[in-house]
Design a protein around this ligand. Structure first.
Ligand code: 5GP
Length: 126
């Protein structure tokens, strides 16, 4: 399967430092920053530094080190936010939109971490 990556997408430009961002955490393989149009009191985007378009692309082609770093970064942010249900937190939701049916706007893999309020049903109708 060939994925075509657009080096001019907005998150590639953020990763190159061409556009400012509100960084929450940076690791060897990831950058996490606040969404510019937050949909919840906490709305953080976690982005791998590698050229991956979607979650499936990353899951199939990223290195073990990249996958471990991405997964641990999401866990660390949940812990830093204090939202882990197993530790008395009120919970959160992870979303990763992919492609046309997923209504993905930015073609660089990102996971949304949403927290800080009751988030409602998983999907809106339509
Ligand atoms: P998608 O629909 O691709 O899953 O979500 C893209 C997200 O990126 C949206 O929630 C949107 O608000 C956010 N976004 C788009 N442009 C920028 C930007 O320049 N900076 C930041 N921090 N977020 C952005």
């Amino acid at each position: 399967m060939a994925y075509s990556y657009d080096d001019d997408n907005i998150f590639a430009r953020i990763l190159r430092g061409e556009i400012p961002n509100d960084t929450v955490l940076e690791t060897e393989h990831c950058l996490a920053f606040r969404d510019i149009a937050p949909q919840a009191p906490e709305h953080i985007l976690v982005v791998p530094k590698g050229r991956y378009v979607t979650y499936d692309h990353f899951a199939l082609e990223a290195s073990e080190a990249e996958i471990a770093d991405f997964t641990r970064t999401i866990g660390r942010i949940c812990a830093d936010l204090g939202v882990q249900p197993g530790d008395g937190g009120a919970g959160y939701r992870l979303i990763s939109n992919a492609g046309e049916n997923g209504l993905q706007e930015v073609p660089h893999l990102h996971v949304h971490i949403l927290a800080g309020r009751r988030l409602g049903p998983l999907l809106a109708k339509g």
